[in-house]
Design a protein around this ligand. Structure first.
Ligand code: XIL
Length: 365
């Protein structure tokens, strides 16, 4: 879709919103605190992933996104499975649409993700080979990053490289990339990324870093980062996914603070890239469940936002209506999970106010 067509669509959406009262952003905006403004006041960005539902079919989501988010990351639209449907074609249409949306509302735009063990197209398993993998990977990175060069705040170059349970040296996760290229696939990817876009922040994005029992992953991640830095691999930031769990896991603010300080000491920035709080293990009234989610956000963000290397916080989705956890982590009692700042009707929940409060009390960058 070209930019002119997109902008016409935006104008129509705004007209529809205005007619339907959804667009009375001035009233809605004034009555709701604004997470992006609160984050900006502390020198950070707040935003969210644009999930599969998309803005084209839900003007309520688009309005809430516009009001609350200063940065957008595509949930799946920039993964191999979508961008590279066949070995000879690229598909940037949905990524372009979301970039235009972000541009139109002065949002920054994140890229997610160039190298991951998941989200690979069906042809990958049969068409990829050890001999051709390095060229295919570097050409993919050059093409995709080249397409968006100069327009992306930060790219998740390698996603989830550490998985302690796979028992590989250095804690590296089993991955087709590790199989085909060995541990150097990470360095190869980052060097190709820097060559493709000299301006964007290059991020190593990792999960399972947040809780007491994630100490092994934190240690392996620090060792990997130190090794990459020692080889002058161009890496700018650590992404901490922050898929949190309410009322279930032991949390040590001291250990997390120590880890974040070690990352900062390497001269790296930190982004909280996919924050959400599953309530699947919480029972009680809806109010009690929502409060447990809010408390988990508060418990995590307090030490995290004290670290001035943290430059952005994104939730993985903005509204419970589109959380990936509805499919990937449902509650056993059949109730919908409610992991995000806004409920399915785009109304703020205790989680929203916990995040707002954390920004209000954050160390100013
Ligand atoms: C998830 C998306 O939200 C889903 O829509 C998709 O079907 C699978 O991937 N860590 C990541 C994200 O880095 O890319 C994943 O996103 C969630 C876990």
């Amino acid at each position: 879709m070209d930019r002119r067509t997109f902008l016409i669509g935006v104008a129509i959406t705004a007209a529809v919103e205005s007619a339907s009262g959804l667009g009375n952003t001035s009233d809605v905006a004034d009555s709701l605190p604004c997470l992006k403004r609160k984050a900006r006041a502390a020198g950070m960005l707040y935003g969210a992933s644009a999930v599969s539902g998309g803005f084209k079919n839900d003007s309520g989501l688009a309005t809430a996104f516009r009001q609350q988010c200063g940065i957008l990351v595509p949930d799946w639209q920039l993964k191999w499975i979508h961008v590279r449907p066949t070995p000879t074609t690229y598909n940037f249409s949905d990524g372009d649409w979301l970039l235009n949306f972000a541009d139109s509302y002065q949002m920054a735009f994140r890229g997610h993700t160039l190298v991951w063990h998941q989200g690979l197209p069906s042809w990958f398993g049969t068409q990829m080979s050890k001999e051709g993998a390095r060229l295919t990977l570097t050409q993919y990175i050059a093409k995709v990053m080249g397409h968006y060069a100069g327009k992306v705040h930060s790219w998740d170059v390698v996603n989830e490289p550490i998985a302690m349970w796979d028992k590989n040296p250095g804690g590296l996760r089993n991955s087709p990339w590790l199989d085909m290229l060995g541990p150097d696939y990470i360095e190869i990817a980052f060097r190709a990324a820097r060559q493709a876009d000299s301006k964007t922040l290059l991020v190593l994005n990792q999960n399972h870093l947040e809780y007491e029992d994630d100490e092994g992953t934190r240690t392996a991640t620090l060792n990997l980062l130190r090794k990459l830095k020692s080889k002058n691999v161009p890496i700018d930031a650590l992404g901490m996914q922050a898929h949190l769990v309410a009322n279930q896991k032991s949390f040590s603010a001291i250990k997390l603070t120590r880890f974040l300080n070690e990352v900062s000491a390497m001269g790296l920035k930190i982004l909280i890239t996919e924050m959400d709080v599953t309530d699947k293990y919480v029972s009680g009234t809806q109010q009690q469940i929502d409060q447990a989610v809010a408390d988990e956000y508060a418990r995590f963000l307090a030490p995290v936002l004290d670290n001035k290397s943290v430059m952005a916080v994104l939730t993985w989705g903005l509204s419970d209506k589109y959380s990936w956890l509805n499919s990937y982590g449902p509650r056993s009692d059949g109730r919908p999970v409610r992991p995000l700042p806004l409920d399915a009707n785009m109304n703020p929940k205790p989680a929203f106010h916990a995040i707002a409060n954390a920004f209000d009390h954050a160390a100013k960058r």
